[in-house]
Design a protein around this ligand. Structure first.
Ligand code: FRU
Length: 486
């Protein structure tokens, strides 16, 4: 019999694994008119384990259908896992680039080996290439270790293919390297794209690159960045930088670098270009070294992806919003407005799958915001300190606890972002059972957050302290969404 909590928490339109464990998105691509999203997948348990590539397809990035596992770690060069990578179309076929991971003696330093591998398929079945691995330690400057050398992103440019991958330098810090090839099978190093000189965390992971208007945007994930008051509050984070990649030297001339998402659950993003010219990004909506509520509650899956998000530039700043296809699945629009002093409940605002727009407008309040998933001792707090220009997400009372598993790691309940002083706060919230995504000021700030509240904790209130606030709401139920798993 299905666990009753499954329908409470199981996401309807955030992709989650049929069962087992999911982490990074992989091979996010458009092939033969369907979007393909692969993912790091342990089909056998709800914890990280032997990495396969799970596979789902969708016509619109929201209505996903599961396909058979695409890659299994069963070759001599990937027996320890088929790690993250990318996909592209080559001569009408779907080519996957991934990392073959070998770790036969985890306690023996230097015994780990990571290489880049190729598999070719028709969109549902994939065959590993006989020339694997296609990039290994021979392409690295001599003597450099290949224990952390992974996550290839490959794309075509004119007559050649380019690949960026991460590598751990001898000093332990991560770097991104650029390789080139004329035939996808023999590769040579162009040079370092970007090196961590100790300014941002330790090892880097999962690079991606895309073009947006006249800019190039480099994306990567960062392990253990130093924690700040209003940023990098997670154990690990993801950043993007605008700039330009020099194809001859490999160097990326960086203009500005920012954290992509300020919430608790966002890592390893990848992008795809849509035929109508949009860049759409998706990320793993969870975090390493954390307890898994769905596992602890006895459910048979752990992990989901974020909503696909459109990436755009506004005033030179990288912004994101839910893909517009989501609007097709909206029910009728409901509206309400209120002058709030103290707290106001909106009893007609109910549902586990909601698209909600809130404007906290003029008024005298010093602090205002929303209480979501409100019930017997539980609540998720979204608070705007208007004078200080700081937005806070607090999930310390959000339901089933989420704990850091690493001893001594900072607590992971309170997340903040700088809004600056503004006349109003515009919020867009997308709720999908245990997934909540928050977009502020038309996508300047994003926060992804997972929550596991009790079934009775479903109230929503707007509050204002130290004065009043004019508040208006529009919302749509998203219950009509197809949802792969019920
Ligand atoms: C990032 C990552 C990748 C690796 C994969 C293994 O989350 O550590 O660098 O390829 O996960 O599952």
């Amino acid at each position: 019999m299905a666990n009753p909590e499954s329908s409470l928490f199981r996401n309807r339109f955030h992709l989650s694994p049929p069962r087992g464990w999911m982490n990074d998105p992989n091979g996010f691509s458009l092939f033969e008119n369907r979007y393909h999203l692969f993912y790091q997948y342990n089909p056998r348990d709800t914890v990280w384990g032997p990495m396969h590539w799970g596979h789902a397809v969708s016509p619109d990035l929201l209505d996903w259908t599961d396909l058979p596992i695409a890659l299994t770690p069963d070759s001599k060069y990937d027996a320890g896992g088929c790690f993250s990578g990318s996909a592209l179309t080559v001569d009408g076929m779907h080519a996957l680039f991934y990392t073959g991971h070998l770790d036969p003696h985890p306690s023996v330093p230097g015994s780990r080996r990571e290489t880049q591998c190729l598999a070719i398929g028709d969109g549902s079945r994939y065959t590993k290439d006989p020339s694997n691995p296609v990039i290994d330690e021979r392409q690295l400057p001599s003597g450099l270790p290949s224990g952390d050398f992974r996550d290839p992103k490959v794309w075509r440019e004119g007559e050649r293919w380019l690949c960026i991958a991460v590598h751990r330098q001898s000093d332990g810090f991560g770097q991104i390297l650029l390789f080139e090839s004329a035939d996808l099978r023999s590769w040579s190093l162009v040079g370092p794209v970007l090196r961590n000189r100790g300014e941002l965390g330790g090892m880097w992971e999962c690079p991606d690159i895309f073009r947006l208007e006249d800019k190039e945007v480099l994306v990567w994930s960062v392990m253990n960045p130093a924690r700040q008051e209003t940023g990098f509050r997670n154990l690990h984070g993801a950043v993007w930088a605008t700039g330009a990649l020099d194809r001859e030297t490999g160097m990326f001339a960086e203009e500005s670098r920012t954290e992509i998402d300020k919430g608790p659950d966002f890592y390893a993003p990848q992008t795809v270009a849509t035929p109508d010219g949009r860049v759409v990004m998706i990320a793993w909506m969870q975090m390493w070294e954390r307890s898994s509520p769905s596992r602890e509650l006895g459910l048979d899956w752990t992990g989901c992806m974020t909503l696909p998000r459109e990436v755009f530039l506004s005033g030179g700043r990288l912004c994101q919003r839910p893909i517009r296809e989501l609007e097709r699945y909206r029910g009728p629009c409901h509206s309400a407005s209120s002058r709030v002093e103290g707290a106001v409940a909106f009893p007609e605002l109910v549902g586990q799958c909601l698209d909600l727009e809130v404007v906290l407008g003029s008024g005298t309040a010093s602090r205002c915001g929303l209480l979501l998933y409100l019930g017997d001792g539980e609540r998720t707090l979204l608070e705007w300190d208007r004078a200080g220009g700081i937005f806070t997400l607090d999930r310390s009372l959000s339901g089933h606890p989420i704990r850091n598993l690493t001893a001594g790691a900072p607590e992971c309940q309170v997340y903040r972002a700088v809004t600056g002083t503004a006349d109003e706060l515009r919020l867009r919230l997308v709720l999908d059972r245990s997934a909540l995504e928050i977009f502020l000021q038309d996508g300047e700030i994003a926060m992804a957050c997972t929550l596991f509240p009790r079934e009775t904790s479903r109230g929503i209130r707007v509050f204002a302290e130290g004065g009043f606030i004019e508040c208006s709401l529009n919302w749509w139920n998203l219950d009509g969404i197809p949802g792969a798993v019920q």
